[in-house]
Design a protein around this ligand. Structure first.
Ligand SMILES: [Zn+2]
Length: 69
C-alpha cells in the first residue's frame, strides 16, 4: 500500500506517521516548499531513500501532496 499525505488542522495533529493507514499527516498551515521538506524529512525518518527532488514512496513512486482546499 502506497504512502499518502493528508493535511489536518494543527490542533488535531498528534503523530505525523499513521502506520496503520500508511498516511503521513502534515499540519494544514504548511505550504510548499515547507510541506515538501517536512514530507521528505519524515520519509527519511522512515528510512525511505529519497531522490534529490520530490518525495518517494517506498515502492519508488512519487508521492503527491494533496491540494490544500
Ligand atoms: Zn508506493
Amino acid at each position: 500500500m502506497c504512502i499518502r499525505v493528508e493535511y489536518v488542522p494543527r490542533a488535531r495533529l498528534a503523530e505525523p506517521w499513521d502506520a496503520g493507514r500508511n498516511v503521513i499527516v502534515l499540519p494544514d498551515h504548511l505550504i510548499e516548499p515547507f510541506a515538501l521538506r517536512a514530507l521528505r524529512f519524515l520519509l527519511d525518518e522512515l528510512d525511505i531513500e529519497q531522490d534529490e527532488f520530490g518525495a518517494l514512496c517506498w515502492c519508488g513512486k512519487p508521492i503527491e501532496l494533496p491540494r490544500v482546499p
